[in-house]
Design a protein around this ligand. Structure first.
Ligand code: HXC
Length: 519
């Protein structure tokens, strides 16, 4: 063989590897409306930036005649590239090779890119589309999964980890994405579950479809497993690219700063009249967010899950900020189990990656009742409290309207090391709303009334007295719990200036192995 032949051989082998499981299976993938692993990577990364690793790896399994069927690359495409010029590492399971099922060598490839990402401090993105453990490899496949899981765990809080689910993801395989920071699923073409419909039928007798059990809709609205729901793969890829633009590459980096053409002192007059006079009337918190962030651009996370609280990323004055905001137009913005868990995880993510936290408060309290208590609202509410209290990133809190009881403390109050706590003049910071307070304070007197009109008059008087004393921000401001009461239209500027002054904030928590958040 001449040296020229050797070069030719390399080119041919590369071409063969790029075909994965072959033309027929690629065609079948396309027929399902899905892209191949390489097509997905090409869409995700900057043009021509992809460098592939381990293209020549094959499995080394001899069970069930497997030695006769080998594909170069063995079911996953891995490598490095850039997104908006920033280095990332990526793996994309190749469904055309044994259904992307995970072999010992496939796991080794994924571990290698994860290790590289950790070594240099760059995000890792996994594009999942796999039949799970490669059945022919038995326990070697399970060991391969565990190697990946351990790396997911050690990378947590060090580099951003993002998972897209573009096809099946079942059995223990779900746990690698679940250990990452964000999961994105595509509508109607992806699913995640620990056991599939057939096992469900055998064990519980329940008839349920794949989509009903673990489709993107279910995980985006009911379980909260998925943070983003994309209509198709193109949209999914665009969301991942957008998401990364808000994140630093690792926990030691500052968040990306981009030039901001939106004036930082932009006044939003409409905010001065946004809060309805009737405290029981809702308004849409999204209007506030869109009015104050750079160019009105907000990437909402968990958009369709626990809608009584909003979380997501924006830029303010060009720098990334994580926003947590009660949503009065959904269940009055009450804190329940799901909202507490959603917000707690988001605050912790921001804290891991030096993303300043903005909290917009309008919360009537924790949702009362048996369902919440039996479900452990105490523990879940404590998660959010814990997340805020341990966070050392800059924290700016604006109280727009209600801030009652335990929920007041939880939502980034001053004593949980809130750095700047501002209130609008419409804020009501108190132990509870007037109605509840009067019932508790004057229970005996109310029971003694025989004339309903007299009673109503008494209640109105007492409520008025209570509201004058407590349903305002001045009481809290008089104790220094609120740093300033600001004009709503000037909110954007006040937040940006606060974050600017906090840029050099350095706070550390006591030394410990790790904290014990109420899980
Ligand atoms: C080996 C597999 C495979 C697997 C699919 N294939 N899953 N090979 N191990 N787990 C192969 C098929 O033999 C086929 O090969 C090709 O991939 C495509 O599969 P199809 O069945 O033709 O595709 P489709 O009809 O789209 O169905 C996809 C599927 C189905 C729903 C994923 O393949 C399936 O149910 N697979 C088994 C899923 C499963 O039970 N996995 C184990 C889960 S338990 P050819 O040569 O025909 O192209 C688990 C434990 C992990 O994962 C534990 C971690 C801790």
């Amino acid at each position: 063989m001449t040296n020229q032949d050797r070069v030719k051989e390399l080119i041919e082998l590369r071409a063969q590897a790029k075909l994965g499981g072959g033309e027929k299976r690629i065609e079948s993938q396309h027929k399902k409306g899905k892209y191949t692993a390489r097509e997905r990577i090409a869409m995700l990364l900057d043009e021509d930036s992809f460098e592939e690793f381990d293209m020549f790896i094959t499995h080394r399994c001899y069970n069930f005649g497997m030695e006769k069927t080998k594909f170069l690359g063995d079911g996953v495409v891995t490598g490095q590239g850039t997104i908006d010029g920033r280095l990332v590492f990526v793996f994309a399971q190749d469904f055309t090779v044994f259904g992307g099922a995970l072999s010992e060598m496939l796991a080794q490839k994924i571990c290698k890119v994860m290790d590289k990402a950790m070594t240099v401090g760059a995000p890792i993105i996994g594009l999942n589309d796999s039949g799970g453990a490669r059945i022919q490899e038995g326990v070697n496949s399970l060991a391969g999964y565990a190697e990946i899981f351990e790396r997911n765990i050690l990378a947590s809080g060090v580099i951003p980890q993002i998972s897209a689910i573009f096809g099946p993801c079942a059995g223990g395989a779900v746990y690698s994405p679940a250990l990452t920071d964000f999961i994105l699923m595509t509508d109607q073409s992806s699913y995640m579950f620990v056991t599939g419909p057939k096992v469900v039928k055998t064990v519980t007798g329940e008839d349920i479809t794949t989509e009903e059990l673990g489709g993107a809709e279910v995980h985006s609205t009911k379980s909260g497993v998925s943070h983003f729901l994309a209509e198709n793969e193109e949209e999914g890829i665009a969301i991942i690219r957008d998401l990364l633009s808000y994140l630093p590459s690792n926990n030691l980096e500052e968040t990306p700063m981009i030039a901001c053409s939106d004036p930082i002192d932009r006044l939003e007059d409409k905010l001065n009249s946004l809060i309805p006079d009737n405290p029981n009337h809702p308004y849409n918190m999204m209007e506030v967010i869109e009015a104050i962030v750079d160019h009105g651009k907000f990437l909402e996370v968990h958009k369709r899950y626990a809608r009584n609280i909003i979380v997501g990323f924006c830029r303010m004055g060009g720098r990334s900020v994580g926003v947590i905001a009660n949503q009065p137009s959904f269940y009055a913005g009450v804190l329940d189990i799901e909202a507490s868990r959603k917000a707690a995880r988001f605050v912790r993510f921001c804290d891991c990656f030096n993303i300043p936290v903005l909290t917009l408060v309008d919360v009537p309290g924790f949702l009362p009742g048996r369902v919440q208590e039996y479900g452990g609202i105490i523990t879940h509410g404590a998660k959010l409290m814990f997340a805020y209290g341990e966070a050392t990133v800059p924290k700016v809190t604006i109280t727009l309207r209600k801030s009652y009881g335990g929920a007041h403390d939880v939502m980034s109050c001053k004593q949980l090391r809130g750095d700047f706590n501002y209130a609008w003049p419409t804020a009501q910071i108190a132990v509870m709303g007037a109605k509840g307070a009067i019932e508790v304070l004057y229970g005996k007197e109310l029971a003694a009334f025989t004339d309903p009109e007299e009673k109503a008059k008494f209640v109105a008087e007492k409520e008025d007295e209570y509201n004058t004393a407590f349903a305002n921000p001045y009481k809290a401001a008089s104790y220094g719990y609120i740093d300033d009461i600001i004009e709503p239209r000037n909110t954007r500027f006040r937040i940006i200036r606060a974050f600017q002054s906090l840029q050099t904030k350095r706070v550390t928590n006591p030394m410990k192995k790790h904290s014990n958040i109420p899980l």
